[in-house]
Design a protein. Sequence first.
Length: 166
Amino acid sequence: MIFNEKLLTLRKNAGMSQDALAEKLGVTRQAVSKWELGTAMPETKSIVQIAQVFSVTTDYLLGYTSVQYPDIKQKMKSNKEKITFAGYVLVTMAFLFCCMKTAVHLAREITLTVRPLAYVSVEEWKEIAWSLGLDNLQYSVLFAVVAVILYIVKMLIRKSNKGTKI
């Protein structure tokens, strides 16, 4: 395949018109047409620009090699994907670390809030649950809801006590 055929194939595969290519290269549409017909050859500067527009080597355009795309572009793309993946992993790890730190803090606060409930025996909790007609799962949910409500109440009491001096 010679230069004019390669140029025509690359342009059509890119879905680009002669006008669009001419505008990108800073030449006329007639010049692009002459190159594709094989009646004229572009200047060296234009050949380099064409190679950049279609991401091919100048050697490929001029027929010195049959390799259309340089290996370096593929390696750069592969490296970019690896770096992007590593970035996602780091962001995910940072997010999980923050979540774990927050969870530990909340667990400590809830433990301090729920500690007074330790005086209510497990049997009393079961009696409350059974008197309400709850099964084991609902009993667990009831206990969790009570714990969360007590935690919220504690935080509200703390907040209101900060404003008052005793």
